[in-house]
Design a protein around this ligand. Structure first.
Ligand code: CA
Length: 422
């Protein structure tokens, strides 16, 4: 019946997407792929950053896009009005430098205003959210929290021309293959008639609509919830966008009714080797180790969980559940995941985070994080590189160093740790 037909179409589009990826990844756009007897496009530089260079790139990429199935009329019509956006390149390059302490981030992400507006949005869209929750099995609060953080509940959906942003990033070349695919998929959105050319807008990084989907997420997860034939995540009506978000979370394994995390108090003398996302235990095991919810009472039953100390042992501690990893599919940063989870809890009437943050500290800059890693390496520890990215190995190295000095081994790279290493 209908179900089988739908599944078959799904499989066919999955196959098409796979082929598209392979084709685009196999050969990045280059001048020599063009039939160009007069040599007009030889020496097209990705990096010269000029409008003329960009126009040449658009002409060169046409071949790839058409091979990938974009109709010529769509490409020519849509890309005529795409332009090089230097602002996009600047912001993309700045992004890795950007650091904000998690408490500063959460002050904004879960401000009283955003909580109040979220409660209003929950009431105003109660019917829609109930239907989405019933169909996808995803709690409405987390959907509304993503909406709240991604676009302030639809207020700021972004007004950067998506094709210009994606083409600029593909042309800039730092992650060309990724953005080439995104651009082709965005062009397919147009050729399939889901949105008008002028309304295909979003963030400088190519994320679109109420919940800021990249075109690849749109291709895989966007749904036509209101049944008008368009998977419209851009327009004023949030129905398709919110259902698409629920669909995305459902796909990655959201469990309805389960918390993302729970603020807990660790007992005196707790073994900090257990405070890593990698150590997973049943809730009963954590209970017997003496963990209690900050809100009082015993730990509720739940699936395997791990402990997260996003700001070290002097800040809040969270017991995190599999739904935490589902939110990570939107964005890997702890600050983001806690922001979404906590905003959802607050919208549902839950209490603020109870423990204080170590606000006397600031986040280390990129240069300082590199210096920290270099100093740890000089002590014979493995940080997984000196790249300024604090991953599991850097955290493990900080822990080892702290243990060696008789400090609480929480693995948090505070300014104090850097100062002591110096
Ligand atoms: Ca629709």
């Amino acid at each position: 019946g209908q179900g089988r037909g739908k599944a078959a179409r799904g499989a066919a589009s999955e196959m098409k997407r796979l082929l598209l990826w392979l084709m685009l990844l196999a050969s990045p756009v280059a001048a020599q792929t063009i039939d160009d007897p007069e040599g007009m496009v030889m020496g097209v530089g990705r990096e010269d950053g000029s409008e003329a260079g960009f126009r040449n790139w658009v002409a060169a990429f046409r071949i790839k896009a058409l091979e990938a199935g974009v109709p010529a009329a769509t490409y020519d019509g849509a890309m005529r009005t795409a332009s090089y956006l230097p602002m996009v390149v600047e912001r993309d390059r700045k992004q890795s430098e950007f650091t904000k302490a998690i408490w500063d981030y959460l002050d904004i992400a879960v401000s009283d205003d955003r909580v109040a507006l979220g409660a209003k949005a929950l009431t105003k869209n109660a019917d829609l959210l109930a239907r989405i929750e019933a169909q996808y099995g995803v709690d409405r609060e987390v959907v509304v929290a993503i909406w709240g953080l991604e676009s302030a509940y639809g207020t700021y959906r972004g007004d950067t021309d998506t094709l210009s942003a994606l083409a600029t990033l593909a042309y800039d070349g730092r992650r060309a293959a990724f953005f080439e695919v995104q651009l082709v998929l965005a062009l397919e959105i147009l050729s399939d008639g889901h949105v008008e050319r002028g309304a295909l807008q979003g963030s400088w990084a190519g994320a679109m609509g109420h919940t800021q989907f990249m075109p690849s997420s749109w291709a895989e997860f966007a749904v036509d919830f209101d049944g008008d034939g368009r998977r419209d995540i851009w327009g004023d009506d949030p129905a398709d966008a919110l259902a698409s978000t629920a669909n995305y979370l459902a796909h990655w394994g959201w469990t309805k009714g389960q918390p993302w995390g729970l603020e807990v108090r660790l007992p005196e003398g707790f073994d900090y080797d257990q405070t890593t996302e990698r150590v997973k235990k049943p809730v009963a095991a954590w209970r017997s180790l003496g963990l209690v919810p900050m809100a009082g009472g015993p730990l509720p039953d739940g699936p395997e969980a791990s402990i997260l100390l996003p700001a070290g042992h002097t800040g809040p501690a969270f017991l995190i559940f599999p739904n935490f990893q589902v939110i990570e599919k939107y964005n890997l940063a702890d600050a983001y995941v806690i922001g979404i989870g906590h905003l959802g809890d607050r919208i549902a009437g839950g209490p603020p985070i109870a423990a204080g943050w170590p606000r006397q500290w600031r986040a280390l800059t990129l240069e300082e994080r590199k210096e920290l890693q270099a100093l740890l390496v000089a002590q014979g520890l493995d940080t997984g590189g000196v790249d300024g990215r604090v991953g599991p190995r850097t955290i493990a190295a900080v822990k080892a160093w702290q243990k060696d000095r008789g400090l609480v081994p929480d693995g948090y790279p505070s300014p104090d740790v850097l100062e002591a290493l110096r």
